[in-house]
Design a protein around this ligand. Structure first.
Ligand SMILES: [Zn+2]
Ligand SMILES: [Zn+2]
Length: 431
């Protein structure tokens, strides 16, 4: 069956994450968004792991469903148009901080497990290394290879995937504290790494410029810190909705089963370009090179972003064998742009968002596949045009850099006025 999976999430126990993140909240937003399979996040955290064991029921194929009370209470607040089954996969993220080859390395990895027993085993090993209770994304003084060993020894079906592989501060290929290859990070164990997460600031096109990743599958996850941001990146599968179904599709990179990904526009990610946010310096990598990668304002090294690292490590000028993917802008951001209001939390945007999914179905279907005419009928001509532009990639975005998200513009003010005028005659006129 065809389904969407968000494979990188967090709980309310992770640093800087929404205090409302619970299985119920995630299930609800899974329905709003149209995501069938969600990662649990944070299974290393003792309180969250207790909650997972209490709220989730194993369905015998490596995946879990929320218990009946949760589903019943969620269905009361989710419109019928969005009702669907939502399943969970056990997942966590570990922040490894260690020194290797005379440099401090800070690398985040995702870990996946098929059952509670495996999680218990992983947690008991990791608890010997550091504190699992202070942060849902524990910071451990452990080498990536040692972490991989623990994962491999816990179960034949537990996997490690480097997270948001290119971001500067906490990633395997990051400019600040990463490596120049998988081998440099994992040594003899590299063969056990078969996938990386692209992260918000890179997309498959960029990753496929580097031949060393040819055998590596590119997966996506939202890494969202609140439920309303889930699915901003996600994977589309057409395979058995089981733990092994998902992982064999990923391992084999079988594109009839792992159909592709939904991606942020990489420019919108917080680390696409280089720069210094405090000094208001925003550079394309070639401009950084012209300045020896130093900030002209403060003189310190620039934060070198994802594009910079892709350009440094890649060995092709055009991408090869790129998987299918669709860049998306979250629906509430598109609505805010259409309504010309700042902030997706405004009442007008929220009302429009819920009215749309009530009428048309889940957000990711509206963004990717519901016919434009149907969107125009439910949400107006301007929104339909916005979604058409998102689907064709005709949007203008000021790139994100040094931790600042990029800024999206779908319409110029002049265009909006013009389109609104064209929209007028459709409305009945008294005159
Ligand atoms: Zn991370
Ligand atoms: Zn500076």
């Amino acid at each position: 069956m065809r389904f969407i999976a968000d494979l990188h999430l967090h709980s309310r126990f992770a640093y800087a994450c929404s205090k409302t993140l619970s299985i119920e909240e995630l299930t609800k937003w899974g329905m709003f968004k149209g995501i069938t399979l969600l990662a649990t996040g944070d299974f290393t955290h003792p309180l969250w792991f207790d909650e997972l064991q209490n709220d989730l029921i194993p369905i015998g194929n490596g995946l879990f469903r929320p218990k009946d009370e949760i589903i019943e209470s969620v269905k009361k607040v989710v419109p019928k148009s969005c009702h669907r089954e939502v399943y969970f996969m056990l997942e966590c993220e570990v922040s490894c901080i260690y020194s290797k080859n005379d440099r401090v390395r800070k690398v985040h990895h995702l870990i996946y497990a098929p059952d509670f027993e495996t999680v218990r085993e992983i947690n008991s090993q990791l608890a010997k290394i550091g504190n699992l209770t202070s942060d849902g994304r524990p910071i451990l003084g452990i080498d990536s290879g040692e972490l991989l060993k623990i994962v491999l020894q816990s179960s034949d079906s537990a996997y490690l995937v480097p997270a948001h592989a290119w971001t500067p501060h906490f990633a395997i290929f990051g400019s600040n504290s990463g490596f120049d290859s998988l081998e440099e990070c994992f040594g003899d164990l590299t063969e056990h790494i078969f996938a990386i997460e692209t992260g918000l600031s890179s997309d498959p096109e960029m990753n496929r410029l580097w031949s060393k990743l040819d055998t590596i599958t590119l997966i996506s996850g939202s890494d969202s810190h609140s439920a309303r941001r889930i699915g901003r990146e996600a994977n589309i599968f057409d395979t058995d909705l089981t733990y092994d179904g998902v992982w064999s599709a990923i391992k084999e990179n079988d594109r009839s089963k792992f159909i592709g990904t939904f991606e942020f526009f990489p420019h919108e990610g917080r680390y696409h370009y280089d720069g210094h946010r405090n000094c208001k310096i925003l550079y394309h990598p070639t401009e950084s090179a012209d300045h020896n990668n130093l900030c002209p304002t403060c003189g310190k090294p620039l934060t070198l972003g994802v594009l910079h690292r892709v350009m440094a490590l890649s060995d092709r000028t055009t991408a090869e064998n790129v998987e299918s993917y669709q860049n998306l802008i979250p629906l509430d951001e598109a609505i805010a742009e259409v309504k010309n209001v700042k902030g997706v939390q405004s009442k007008a945007v929220q009302q429009a968002y819920f009215a749309l999914i009530d009428e048309l179905g889940p957000e990711l279907e509206i963004l990717s596949s519901i016919p434009i005419d149907a969107i125009a009928a439910a949400g107006g001509r301007l929104l339909a045009e916005a979604i058409k532009r998102i689907r064709s990639g005709s949007v203008s975005i000021k790139p994100g850099y040094d931790g600042l998200y990029g800024e999206i513009h779908i319409f110029t003010p002049h265009e909006r006025e013009k389109l609104e005028r064209i929209g007028q005659p459709q409305q009945p006129s008294l005159f």
